[in-house]
Design a binder for this molecule. Structure first.
Ligand code: GTP
Ligand code: MG
Length: 321
């Protein structure tokens, strides 16, 4: 069965992001530019620039804090809008059939990502707020979503659940009321990111899903859903088990992809590399903010963005590899 186009209005193809309080949204944004700069292999050659002055300076500030000051972003207290352009490596120009010795000029895929970075608690509160309204609008308008889930928030599952439940209910009531989406599912592609994989207790929990054959451990994409299910099953909150069902009831199965992510990655000693007995890349300084210990190694940060881009713009970005 053909699914409805995720892109009925091609001029509004932005990606929106949301998640619970402190789930790692702003750190994800900060890490994205680092990740794109460092990408190798199939994803090499991507970069991100601000599409306006504010976004450009925010990008620099977030990156500087992460890389030079080695600190995490402060909690977001106002809704901040970022307009970024992600530019890929140019594809080789195609030959033109009427003059086979000529080629079309090479073209670089360009994707506008409008991220609305809002304070995580928005949906936990039942009352109306302008920020909540704005965030819902961005979820409705976009066709690619990034949902961040913090697996390390014991006792906070109900916040994560409320964030998901309230947001989805509101988006569904705005989008599914008329006959545009007959199958009763939202048209978005959604990248579900299980964050803070570098935390030693999350690394332990993920052990059986982990690929150790790389410089740093990583949960392969085809294991990420099972790992997420395990994280949810371990939580004593009865709402935990509903989170995955809620996601899979609202979106087409083929349009959901799970990623296990870390904005800072594990600590790797410059000489000896990663040590499984000493993985933490965070230093707790008493009375001060946490500091990042060593080099930042973003894990699965650009992948969800590039995946969404490929799904939304298969012509310019090529199919999923
Ligand atoms: N270990 C680890 N901790 C992280 C990571 N990302 C974020 N954190 C921690 O989580 C805290 C919150 O991260 P933020 O990026 O500010 O989260 P947020 O979702 O933007 O939070 P609000 O704006 O308050 O809703 C940070 O201060 C860090 O302590 C990560 O990749 N690894
Ligand atoms: Mg934030």
């Amino acid at each position: 069965m053909a699914l409805p186009s995720p892109n009925p209005t091609p001029h509004e193809p932005d990606i929106a992001m949301w998640g619970g309080v402190g789930s790692g949204k702003t750190a994800f944004l900060a890490s994205l530019s680092v990740a794109l700069n460092r990408a190798e292999g199939a994803n090499e050659g991507w970069r991100i620039i601000g599409a306006d002055d504010v976004s450009n300076s925010e990008l620099t500030r977030l990156r500087t804090n992460l890389l030079e000051h080695r600190i995490f972003p402060r909690p977001t207290d106002v809704l901040t809008s970022y307009n970024w352009l992600v530019i890929g490596p140019p594809t080789r120009g195609r030959r033109v059939w009427w003059a086979p010795w000529k080629r079309h000029p090479a073209r670089a895929p360009k994707i506008t990502f409008s991220f609305l970075d809002g304070p995580g608690g928005l949906f936990g509160k039942s009352e109306y707020s302008v920020s909540k309204e704005e965030l819902i609008k961005s979820l409705v308008k976009s066709r690619g979503l990034i949902y961040l889930f913090d697996p390390d928030r014991r006792g906070q599952i109900s916040d994560a659940f409320k964030n998901l439940d309230v947001a989805l209910r509101e988006v569904e009531s705005q989008m599914l009321g008329d006959d545009k989406y007959l199958d009763g599912k939202l048209p978005h592609y959604i990248a579900v990111c299980i964050t803070k994989y570098d935390e030693p207790n999350i690394l332990r929990l993920a052990e059986e899903y982990t690929d150790h054959g790389l410089e740093l451990p990583r949960v392969p994409d085809d294991q990420a859903r099972d790992f997420f299910r395990e994280v949810l099953a371990r939580d004593l909150d009865q709402n935990a088990g509903i989170i995955m069902r809620l996601l899979e009831a609202s979106f087409h199965e083929s349009r959901i992809k799970y990623f296990v992510t870390s904005s800072i990655g594990m600590y790797a000693d410059p000489d000896k590399g990663f040590d499984p007995d000493d993985p933490s890349n965070i230093i707790d300084v008493p009375g001060q903010d946490q500091k990042i210990r060593g080099a930042v190694h973003p894990i699965n940060i650009m992948e969800p963005v590039i995946w969404l881009g490929r799904m939304l713009y298969p012509k310019t970005m090529g199919r999923e590899r």
